[in-house]
Design a protein around this ligand. Structure first.
Ligand SMILES: Cc1ncc(COP(=O)(O)O)c(C=O)c1O
Length: 377
């Protein structure tokens, strides 16, 4: 009845947990800030819809917003301009449009494990084969570049990278970025760099892949930084000739991004990074709270995330990650089983700390009670 590709993908483990949750459960499952978009952005959205910005726009986005986004990338590559930028209907759509543009059936695509839930399914939807490379706790969740190279074959087309990482919180230092770029150039691969958490760093410094070689696509989003996950708006930056191709696929999926949302985002960017900084101050405090709290629970160990807003503790309890997350769900806590992000995520849970301190404390007391139960009271 349906095409084979529909059988190739499933609803993500993140969504499954969310949708199976009992009423009133503490939600540390979804990756979304518990903040509202900045007032300037909300006002600009209302103004836009009241003043006629309710129609189709250019498929690559309105020029003023593309210019504004390009400005941010000029210090990474001085030649960047609006022709490099496509405004997308979210980071998710940007990733799909990029995959459809780059991957042919039979191609291999290197994806992180554990890694964000869309990379491997997107490759499969294109008929390509995702090939996992590991991110290990012992290596601060950074890729082992030799392992990465060992996985390259004549069919390898692209490497997907994500720093800061969902779910691990790992942040690539500049040296890792440079090594991956060098590797990609040597093997003629395109780098798809998911940088949606670039403004969410606690330790170290963010190093972008943009401006390092001519085979890089950066996928980004306004979802997290402007606390507008429900608005569905993002962007990507690509070499000009590739951007023309990606824009065709993007057009066939959504014609154009939301016009009023673009006007609102532009107002947000013009207002500067203040709102994101306020949010980050709070996330930093919550990170301390959660990492300390988790490491005090018998059977849990948590490496402090360097970026994003997820704790990714390892558990030494009986059962698979699915089973442990299922048991926690019955006790009123929504988490995401680590193996939803790949087999190397086994024995981990992902807990989002983009939730109120009160809910984080409640979530940790459910974990504490569970640890007591499994350790025999
Ligand atoms: C690493 C990563 N990339 C991309 C996305 C997609 O974000 P959006 O589709 O809301 O822009 C997310 C959302 O959780 C993410 O964590």
């Amino acid at each position: 009845m349906v095409a084979q590709r529909a059988h190739e993908v499933e609803i993500s483990g993140i969504r499954k947990m969310f949708e199976a949750a009992p009423p009133g459960a503490i939600n540390l499952g979804l990756g979304e800030p518990d903040f509202e978009p900045p007032a300037a952005v909300v006002d600009a959205l209302c103004d836009a819809v009241r003043h006629g910005m309710n129609h189709y726009g250019p498929s690559a986005g309105i020029s003023a917003l593309r210019d504004k986004v390009a400005e941010r990338y000029v210090d990474r590559d001085p030649d960047t301009n609006r022709d490099n930028v496509i405004i997308t209907g979210s980071g998710s759509e940007g990733l799909m449009a990029t995959a459809l543009t780059l991957y042919d059936p039979g191609d291999e695509v290197l994806v992180p494990d554990p890694g964000f839930v869309l990379y491997a399914p997107h490759a499969r939807l294109c008929g390509a084969v995702p090939v996992a490379y590991g991110l290990d706790e012992e290596n601060h969740y950074l890729p082992n570049v030799d392992e990465l190279e060992a996985r390259i074959t004549p069919r390898t087309r692209a490497i997907v990278v994500n720093s800061p990482s969902n779910p691990t919180g790992g942040v690539f230092p500049k040296a890792t970025v440079e090594r991956i770029v060098e590797l990609a150039e040597r093997h003629d691969l395109t780098i798809v760099s998911d940088e949606v958490y670039e403004e969410m760093i606690y330790d170290g410094k963010f190093a972008s892949f943009w401006g390092r070689g001519d085979r890089v696509v950066v996928v980004n989003s306004f979802s997290k930084t402007l606390a507008m996950t429900g608005w569905r708006i993002g962007f990507l930056v690509a070499p000009r000739s590739l951007a023309v191709e990606i824009n065709k696929l993007h057009y066939h999926m959504m014609a154009c991004p939301s016009t009023p949302a673009q006007a609102a985002v532009l107002a947000g960017l013009n207002a500067g990074p203040g709102a994101t900084q306020v949010m980050m101050k709070e996330f930093r405090a919550r990170r301390e709270l959660v990492v300390k709290g988790l490491n005090r629970i018998p059977g849990l160990s948590c490496v402090p995330p360097s970026g994003a807003f997820y704790a990714f503790p390892k558990f030494a309890w009986p059962g698979t990650a699915q089973e442990v997350a299922g048991a926690l769900l019955q006790r009123g806590l929504i988490s995401t089983p680590g193996d939803a992000f790949g087999s190397r995520g086994a024995s981990h849970l992902r807990l989002s700390f983009a939730a109120s301190r009160a809910n984080l404390k409640k979530g940790m007391s459910i974990l504490r009670a569970y640890a007591k139960e499994v350790n025999g009271g």
